[in-house]
Design a protein around this ligand. Structure first.
Ligand code: SF4
Length: 162
């Protein structure tokens, strides 16, 4: 485990992490998308259309904000689409989970790398650290790809970027 930062990087070698890979992929930080695309030899657009999705988080005040995550493999959903809270609650294997391992381990989402499955309150704080980074500007390229406006963090209780 790394000691750096408020949310240390954790090992993925536990049943809870694997369960998350089978159900709830974590969110990326915006600055992780281009390096992952480069690593896979894809453009950001190709990566999004083939492997990623837009997720949504419900805020304490009732609003919703979007962010980018790996696609979940599930009937009726294609990569590069927007998921609702109801859809996200359904099971679905992360597109990068391959034979029991993360296929993008070095490039895995910020949230995956720091998730503490046995500490739900810390998990909520972790998501709330990521949400402000998905501003309207950060989401704009993905909104253009999905053909609709996406809800950025500006104006939410987590609208500050630090
Ligand atoms: S990106 Fe990797 S660590 Fe995150 S859910 Fe997918 S397989 Fe698991």
């Amino acid at each position: 485990m790394s000691k750096s930062g408020p949310f240390p990087v954790t090992s993925c070698d536990c049943p809870a992490c694997r369960a998350a890979c089978l159900n709830s992929p974590g969110w990326f930080m915006p600055n992780q998308i281009a390096p992952l695309a480069n690593h896979l030899g894809l453009s950001v657009e190709e990566l999004f259309r083939r492997k990623l999705a837009v997720g949504v988080t419900q805020l304490p005040g009732g609003g919703k904000v979007h962010g980018v995550m790996p696609h979940k493999l599930r009937d009726g959903k294609k990569p590069g689409s927007v998921w609702t809270l109801t859809e996200l609650a359904q099971p679905g294997r992360c597109v990068f989970f391959d034979r029991g391992k993360c296929a993008i381990y070095r490039y895995r989402p910020y949230e995956c790398a720091r998730m503490m499955h046995d500490r739900p309150r810390e998990a909520v704080k972790l998501r709330h650290r990521i949400v402000p980074r998905w501003t309207a500007a950060a989401l704009r390229p993905f909104g253009e790809l999905v053909g609709r406006g996406l809800a950025g963090a500006k104006g939410t209780p987590f609208g500050k970027t630090r």
